[in-house]
Design a protein. Structure first.
Length: 376
C-alpha cells in the first residue's frame, strides 16, 4: 500500500494533507505519483468533491504544464504529517522557502539542506523550479531535486515552530507510526470546543466514541438516524407533560448529532456535517419551546412559554454573534441551555430550569455583544 493511502485521522493520509492545503487556501492540488492504485484513485475522487481541482502527474514535465506561471506552489513531502498552523505559516506570499529544523533535532527522514539545517517536509516554490526540474534527465527523485533547486535559488529558511515535533510533525512511511500520529490528530480535533458544554461533555465523549465509529466504518447516516429517533422521543415526552424524561432524551439526541457532526468532519462529508450541526442546534431549541408550551398548559399560565421563547431567541442571537467573534469559555449554546433546563426538570423544578436557561442564554448574548462592541 502507498504511504499516501494509509489510514490517518479517519481518512487517508493524502486526504488529510489535502485538507490542510485547502484550509490554507489551495485551489488546485497536483499529486506526483509513480503508480495509481485503486485506493489512491478513491482518495483523489473524494478530495475532488471539496470543490478543488485535483490532477495526477507522473513527471515534472506533466506537472509544469498544470501550474500557472504566477502560481504559488506549496509542496508537501510524501509521508508528511503536520498541523494546520504549520502549513498556514508556509502558505504566505513570497518566493522560494523551505521549512527547516536544526540538524541535531532531525530524524532520519529529514534530509540535510546545509547550514546545519534539514528540510522538514514543506516547501514553497516558484513554478520555475518545476520547469527547471523538467529540463533535467529523468533519473531523479522529484521531491529531493525540487528541494535542492529551491536551495540553490537561495530559498528562505523558515524554522519549524517550537513544539511541532511533539505535536506530530514528521515524515514517516511506517503504518504503525502514521496510525499513532493519526490518533493524536484525531484526539486534538475532537477536543476542540467553543463552550463549556463542548469541552466538558462533547469532547470527552467524542474522544471515546468517535474513534470506535472510525475503526468500524459506521455510516454517518446510521448514527444520525439514532439522533433523530432520540429527538422525536424527547419531543413527544415533553408534549405529554414529562419534562424530565423529555429534556434528557432530547439532550442525548442533540449530543448524538454533535458527535456525528464531528465524525462527518473527520471523513470530509461536508453536506452531512452541515446538516448534523444544524440539527444539533435546532433540536435543543425546539425541545425548549415544546417544554415551555407543555408547562404553560399544565399551569394555565403563559409565563413558561414566554421564558422558553426568550431563551430560544437569546440563544439563536448568541449563535449568530458567535460567527463573528470567539465565544467566551463560559458561553452557552442551545445544547447548554437545554442541559440547564434538564437539570431543573430532574430536581422537580422544570419552570425554574427554564428560567435559569433563559438567564444563561441572555448572559451569553450580553457577553458576546460586549465583545463585538470592543472589536468595533
Amino acid at each position: 500500500m502507498l504511504t499516501a493511502t494509509l489510514p490517518f485521522g479517519g481518512v487517508t493520509l493524502i486526504e488529510y494533507q489535502a485538507r490542510l492545503l485547502i484550509g490554507a487556501g489551495a485551489s488546485q492540488i497536483v499529486v506526483m505519483v509513480a503508480r495509481l492504485t485503486p485506493e489512491l484513485l478513491g482518495a483523489i475522487n473524494r478530495i475532488g468533491r471539496r470543490d478543488v481541482t485535483v490532477d495526477t502527474v507522473r513527471s515534472a514535465a506533466e506537472a509544469a504544464e498544470k501550474f500557472h506561471p504566477l502560481a504559488r506552489v506549496l509542496m508537501l513531502a510524501d509521508g508528511l504529517t503536520t498541523t494546520p498552523d504549520v502549513v498556514a505559516a508556509m502558505a504566505h506570499e513570497g518566493g522560494d522557502a523551505l521549512l527547516v529544523v536544526g540538524e541535531d533535532e532531525r530524524d532520519g527522514a529529514f534530509e540535510r539542506v546545509g547550514g546545519g539545517m534539514a528540510w522538514a517536509g514543506i516547501a514553497r516554490l516558484d513554478p520555475r523550479r518545476i520547469a527547471e526540474l523538467a529540463a533535467l534527465p529523468r533519473d531523479y527523485d522529484m521531491e529531493s531535486t525540487l528541494v535542492r533547486l529551491a536551495s540553490q535559488a537561495r530559498a528562505t529558511h523558515v524554522e519549524l515552530p517550537a513544539g511541532a515535533l511533539t505535536r506530530g510533525h514528521g515524515i514517516d512511511h511506517g503504518g504503525a507510526i502514521i496510525a499513532e500520529r493519526g490518533r493524536s490528530v484525531l484526539r486534538d480535533a475532537l477536543s476542540a470546543g467553543s463552550t463549556w458544554f463542548d469541552r466538558l461533555v462533547i469532547a470527552p465523549l467524542a474522544r471515546v466514541l468517535v474513534p470506535v465509529a472510525v475503526r468500524r466504518a459506521i455510516p454517518v447516516v446510521m448514527i444520525g438516524l439514532g439522533g433523530v429517533a432520540l429527538g422525536l422521543g424527547g419531543l413527544i415526552a415533553l408534549w405529554w407533560g414529562k419534562p424530565a424524561l423529555g429534556t434528557v432524551t432530547a439532550l442525548i439526541g442533540a449530543i448524538v448529532f454533535a458527535l456525528t457532526a464531528r465524525l462527518a468532519m473527520l471523513r470530509d462529508e461536508r453536506a452531512q456535517e452541515g446538516a448534523l450541526e444544524a440539527a444539533a442546534l435546532a433540536l435543543p431549541m425546539l425541545a425548549i419551546l415544546v417544554d415551555g408550551h407543555a408547562m404553560m398548559l399544565a399551569q394555565a399560565n403563559g409565563g413558561p412559554q414566554i421564558v422558553a421563547v426568550a431563551t430560544v431567541t437569546a440563544s439563536a442571537l448568541a449563535e449568530r454573534a458567535a460567527t463573528a467573534i470567539e465565544r467566551p469559555w463560559w458561553g452557552a449554546n442551545p445544547a447548554c441551555c437545554l442541559a440547564v433546563a434538564a437539570i431543573g426538570a430532574l430536581v422537580g423544578s422544570p419552570v425554574a430550569g427554564l428560567a435559569l436557561a433563559a438567564l444563561v442564554a441572555t448572559a451569553t448574548l450580553a457577553g458576546e455583544i460586549e465583545l463585538l462592541r470592543r472589536q468595533a
